[in-house]
Design a protein around this ligand. Structure first.
Ligand code: CO
Length: 178
């Protein structure tokens, strides 16, 4: 049985909390990153932020293509440069059934630490840039629905309401179990 962590879903208030810096990349952090990677790949996500698995630390994992070579682990990431703008559709593992158009910077540069604790500078454009901005937003408690275009927000309203109404109830697959 793989060690899969449950993804916290909207409207869980934990998603609104700001994450704190990782002070040292130790075994606990490496284990957390491993769990995040398994969770991201199992759920076929392109990115995951630590608060989505209940960990209030500044860690994101992304893989925009699904190829192992494109996997990125970013600890304490900050966006230090932004250029241009683009609009495109986004979803989120914490918002099953919700999608919408979000405006983002086209080009960004990120400073972060890697899993070895080494400082890295990462430029990103296009889809990779979008995924990284989405994940880094999670670290501030900012969610993609906050940035949706007004048109998309109207279209997403029903799906959001459904998530709010089912919040706190047992997931369907657990019904009837003891
Ligand atoms: Co997300």
């Amino acid at each position: 049985m793989p060690d899969i962590v449950r993804v916290i879903t909207y409207p869980d208030p934990f998603l609104r909390r700001s994450a704190s810096d990782v002070e040292e990349v130790d075994n606990n952090i490496r284990q957390a990153v491993e769990k995040m990677l398994v969770t991201m790949y199992t759920n076929k996500g392109v990115g995951l932020a630590a608060p989505q698995v209940g960990l209030g630390r500044r860690i994101v994992v992304v893989n925009a293509s699904g190829e192992k070579a494109d996997e990125k682990i970013l600890i304490n990431p900050t966006i230090v440069e932004r250029r241009g703008a683009m609009e495109g559709e986004e979803g989120c593992l914490s918002f099953p059934g919700v999608a919408g158009v979000v405006r983002r910077s086209a080009h960004i540069v990120i400073l972060a630490y890697d899993i070895e604790g080494k400082e890295i500078e990462l430029p990103a454009t296009d889809f990779a840039s979008r995924v990284l901005q989405h994940e880094i937003d999670h670290l501030e408690g900012m969610l993609f629905v906050d940035r949706m275009t007004p048109e998309s927000r109207v279209l997403a309203r029903e799906a959001l309401k459904a998530l709010e109404e089912s919040y706190g109830q047992a997931p369907a697959e657990y019904e009837g179990r003891h």
